[in-house]
Design a protein. Structure first.
Length: 323
């Protein structure tokens, strides 16, 4: 069997707060609790969760922008070494939410496209020109765009350029961080279609981060739900929002699709995330959960298979009658 495209083992991140006192570091914000997860080759894994649940921190560790506090990242069976950022760049690339501001405004598109070909693959001028021409053809961009600057493009064109830049590195895993949220609805579908075509054509693996549950459900094979830095549910895209096992996922699904609306909670229950500086001892969702009992305050529930490969971290997983 092939090694998974991506294997995370106990990957976590704590941001230290304040200076070290008497040689000891102060308290920290635990942004991502240890995550253990395989992403098979060719899969699109959707990652959802409300603001502050750790999506960006997780994604930034995966592309080498942040050092993990614990754990390892393996790509196609090979451990990534943080000391060699170029190794990350060739294997895994980030496509940003805001395509225009993620491209260097002082560089032409040609310069932007050439950088990974030169730095990561040592290509000469002729090789770079040939490769850029092939990539532009793949993403349906005209070569006359190459001598223009990022601000001259619409959001949809700029996102195609962002995707083209990620392809130039020849990475086979793309982290798509809200890749269509900043685009008009009519353009969103074009970019999503392009991503689907590229995946089929090039055998790519995607991690698709979004607040838009309908988009995530449509594009993903599996979905991971993050809450307060932990994966609390993981299952097939068709099951996670339609037959959630974790009460948080049900809350998330019931709160959609109104973007930006505060999540609702049963009367008398908390609506806020716990304080990251003073994390609760047991399940982080228990103050918001209508099913919480004593056991929920003892220790965080482990992420376990609740049937047919559908995982949830909950002592009282929902059954069909509760959905
Ligand atoms: N550099 C940092 N220093 C300290 N705390 C941080 C830092 N970056 C993120 N955090 C904290 O880590 C937690 C997770 O943040 P993160 O940005 O990963 O969440 P997110 O799910 O991506 O949110 P959003 O959807 O708003 O981007 C939050 O409590 C945040 O305040």
């Amino acid at each position: 069997m092939n090694a998974p495209a991506l294997r995370l083992t106990d990957l976590s991140k704590t941001f230290p707060l304040g200076r070290k006192m008497f040689g000891k570091s102060g308290p920290g914000v635990r942004a991502v609790h240890p995550v253990t997860l395989d992403v098979p080759q060719g899969e699109t894994l959707g990652i959802v969760g409300e603001s502050g649940c750790g999506k960006s921190t997780l994604a930034r560790m995966l592309v080498g922008l942040l050092d993990p506090t614990t754990g390892t990242i393996e790509i196609e069976g090979e451990a990534l070494d943080n000391a060699d950022p170029a190794l990350f760049g060739k294997r895994i690339q980030y496509v940003f939410q805001d395509p225009i501001s993620s491209l260097n405004p002082r560089k032409t598109i040609r310069q932007i496209m050439e950088a990974p070909l030169k730095l990561l693959h040592g290509m000469n001028r002729a090789e770079r020109a040939k490769r850029i021409s092939e990539i532009f053809d793949t993403v349906s961009l005209r070569e006359e765009f190459l001598d223009r600057y990022p601000h001259e493009f619409s959001g949809g064109q700029a996102q195609r350029i962002g995707i083209a830049r990620a392809l130039a590195a020849q990475a086979r895993i793309l982290i798509l961080d809200e890749p269509v949220s900043a685009l008009d609805v009519s353009v969103q579908a074009q970019v999503l279609n392009l991503l689907a075509d590229l995946k089929a054509q090039l055998g790519l693996t995607y991690l698709f981060i979004s607040h838009d549950l309908a988009v995530v459900e449509a594009v993903s094979d599996r979905i991971a739900v993050l809450y307060f830095g932990s994966v609390v549910e993981l299952g097939r895209a068709e099951d996670v929002f339609r037959a959630p096992r974790h009460p948080y996922t049900r809350l998330l699904a019931n709160s959609a699709p109104v973007v930006g609306r505060a999540l609702t909670a049963p009367e008398g229950r908390e609506t806020e995330l716990p304080d990251p500086l003073d994390p609760p001892k047991g399940c982080a969702f228990r103050a918001r959960c209508p099913f919480a009992t004593e056991i929920c305050g003892t220790a965080p529930p482990p992420l376990e298979d609740k049937g047919s490969g559908h995982l949830a971290a909950c002592y009282h997983p929902l059954d069909a009658a509760q959905i």
